[in-house]
Design a protein around this ligand. Structure first.
Ligand code: DGT
Ligand code: CA
Ligand code: CA
Length: 586
């Protein structure tokens, strides 16, 4: 039986934890197991292979005693001493130890409450039952974060999360005197919805010092690869980072190479070959005489290949290289003038805590007044409050109509007192299973606009999902369809639907599709944005914020619009009020 290094490390750590829980042995024994576990985990060769070759001594920090236990482990698959030590400790304790923030004593304390599994623990935190049993709210929250971290291990990071992590790394690198410039690159620079690992470039005349400094960054758990110009490290959080260091004279080529995408780079390389150049992260080489042609900036790099610089978001080899070549030759169509965050004039999908009896879905956390205040701070010209409607099954049509009237009056009163921004009265309504809306038409007449979205039955067949979306797009009261594919990143795939047919209907009926900027949605997806635009569909970028802080996520939605080649004229919430109001018949 093959026993992996990480499995061996886990076995050793569990023994150390058992010593602590049972209060047996001394601190040196505990440390011996922990150090041995670290050493095994970091070994670049399989420990079992070394054992087979009689070379176990080569692993540092393995004392004679522990080597003999490993000998028993590899021969029999178990260690009787370990079994003795672990006896009477519930199995869940050892599962809990894998969660960041849970040590041996805490794990035992959780098990003492009768909690039998991680799922059980999660439920007890969510229902508040753990706090009732005497745990502090802070501790419960810490455990919850640890649980989330475990779940996300090995998964791709959400773009906004990757963004924050990268900012910390950039701040650290900038502190080094040897760093002239630093950039986060790869999928993060291209603003892909999910990011695998984080890539950084540094411009420096002192590459080895920068590599050393990078490997010593706080939070690094393991250096996976280290050369004189590059390094790969893993952080304790599980994130992996790549670094490439280049000299200032050829930094343009480095930026370009490490931004990718891979398919964009491959196409460029073919083009360069035809022109007699060969490309690498170190620069452009003229094949004829082997001379390196220095490109200090990305613009110089692309110019050398006879093209304009395509913005990072569209470097996916989907026509941008051809467009960049045409543009440099003064031909059409050239590169698109992509929409920018600063073009956004308002956000139409915001959830407030306006009182509501049994809402269909969770309300927001802030008052309409605070949302309006935040929108003004963001320099918006208009702001649309789009709460979920009252629950359809728990409220009568009369109750719903009454509530909509009350809320409409509230917003009108607030507008009277607020001069500097237009406050729009919207709602987000469910598209029910049969495609009809979850509130009566008599209520819809009070609204400035109506967002309709699917919030149930996402796994329906292609025919059913298509029909539900088409029904909404054919409803005269609907203005916007929210988060059209209903994907949840790392959780739920896009619903299957006939997108070309849906886009045709949206374009024909002058309905907007939303690019929802919520971090785990980013929906409409980039590829479908491009397809929708080809059908002539207009879009709106909204944050779907449930807390005012989340109104700052707008840039991630705009990034998906950019990845789909959208220009400002494609996105109605970049338009002047006059044109915007005309679109909505306001
Ligand atoms: P990720 O990390 O999966 O979210 O995606 P990327 O695009 O960040 O990919 P990554 O981290 O493997 O590599 C960063 C960039 O380096 C990539 O976008 C382009 C460049 N690159 C990586 N591998 C290759 C390759 O095999 N050929 C070429 N031409 N470029 C590559
Ligand atoms: Ca990457
Ligand atoms: Ca990488």
């Amino acid at each position: 039986m093959e026993i992996s290094n990480s499995r061996i490390a886990k076995i050793l750590r569990d023994v150390a934890a058992s010593y602590i829980i049972k209060n047996i042995g001394n601190i040196f024994q505990v440390r011996a197991y922990e150090n041995a576990a670290d050493s095994v985990e970091h070994s670049t060769t399989e420990v079992q292979d070394l054992w087979e070759e009689g070379r176990l001594e080569e692993i540092p920090a393995l004392g004679e005693k522990i080597r003999s236990y490993l000998d028993e482990l590899f021969k029999t698959g178990k260690v009787s001493h370990f079994a003795e030590i672990k006896k009477d400790i519930p199995e869940v304790v050892f599962e809990l130890l894998d969660i960041p923030g849970i040590g041996p004593k805490l794990a035992q304390k959780i098990a003492d409450l009768g909690i039998k599994s991680i799922e059980d623990l999660e439920i007890q935190i969510k229902t508040g039952s753990l706090v009732q049993k005497g745990f502090s709210a802070k501790l419960a929250q810490n455990i919850m974060e640890g649980l989330r971290e475990v779940k996300n291990r090995g998964k791709r990071m959400l773009l906004p999360y990757a963004f924050v992590q990268a900012e910390k790394v950039v701040a650290y690198l900038k502190q080094s005197q040897d760093v002239i410039d630093v950039h986060p690159l790869g999928s993060l620079r291209r603003m892909v919805a999910t990011v695998g690992d984080l890539d950084f470039s540094v411009s420096s005349n002192n590459n080895e010092k920068v590599v050393d400094y990078f490997c010593k960054m706080p939070g690094v758990s393991r250096v996976l690869d280290k050369g004189s110009y590059k390094a790969t490290v893993a952080l304790k959080s599980g994130i992996q980072l790549d670094l490439l260091v280049g000299e200032p004279n050829s930094y343009g080529a480095l930026l370009q190479h490490f931004t990718g995408s891979k398919s964009h780079n491959i196409k460029l390389r073919e083009l360069a070959n035809q022109m007699g150049y060969s490309l690498s992260e170190y620069g452009v080489k003229r094949v004829e005489d082997g001379k390196i042609i220095q490109t200090k900036t990305e613009d110089e790099f692309y110019k050398l290949l006879g093209m304009r610089t395509p913005l990072p978001e569209i470097r996916e080899d989907t026509g941008e290289i051809e467009a960049a070549l045409r543009q440099a030759q003064g031909k059409l169509p050239g590169l698109p003038k992509l929409v920018e965050s600063k073009n956004i004039k308002g956000d139409l999908h915001l959830h407030s805590n306006f009182p509501i009896k049994s809402p269909s879905h969770g309300p927001g956390g802030d008052t309409i007044e605070d949302i309006v205040k935040k929108a003004r701070a963001l320099n918006y010209e208009f702001v649309g409050i789009a709460d979920h409607s009252p629950g359809f099954s728990t409220n009568s049509p009369q109750e719903i109509i009454k509530w909509v009237k009350e809320r409409t009056n509230f917003i009108r009163e607030l507008q009277k007192r607020t001069k500097s921004i237009r406050i729009l009265n919207g709602l987000e309504i469910d598209i029910l299973g049969n495609g009809s809306l979850s509130i009566p038409d008599e209520a819809l007449v009070y609204l400035d606009y109506c967002i309709a979205g699917i919030h149930s039955g996402h796994r329906g067949t292609k025919e059913i999902i298509t029909k539900r979306l088409l029904n909404a797009l054919n409803n005269p009261y609907v203005d916007i369809v929210s988060h059209p594919t209903n994907r949840l990143l790392n959780e739920r795939d896009s619903s299957d639907a006939d997108w070309p047919q849906i886009f045709q209907a949206a374009a024909k009926n002058n309905k907007l599709l939303e690019i929802n900027a919520f971090p785990n949605r980013l929906d409409l997806r980039d590829d479908l944005v491009r397809l929708a635009l080809k059908s002539g569909v207009k879009l709106v970028v909204n944050t779907d914020a449930h807390q005012i802080e989340q109104m700052g996520n707008m840039l991630f939605g705009v990034a998906q619009a950019r990845r789909g080649w959208a220009t400002a004229k494609d996105i109605v919430n970049t338009w002047d009020w006059k044109n915007f109001a005309k679109w909505f018949n306001m």
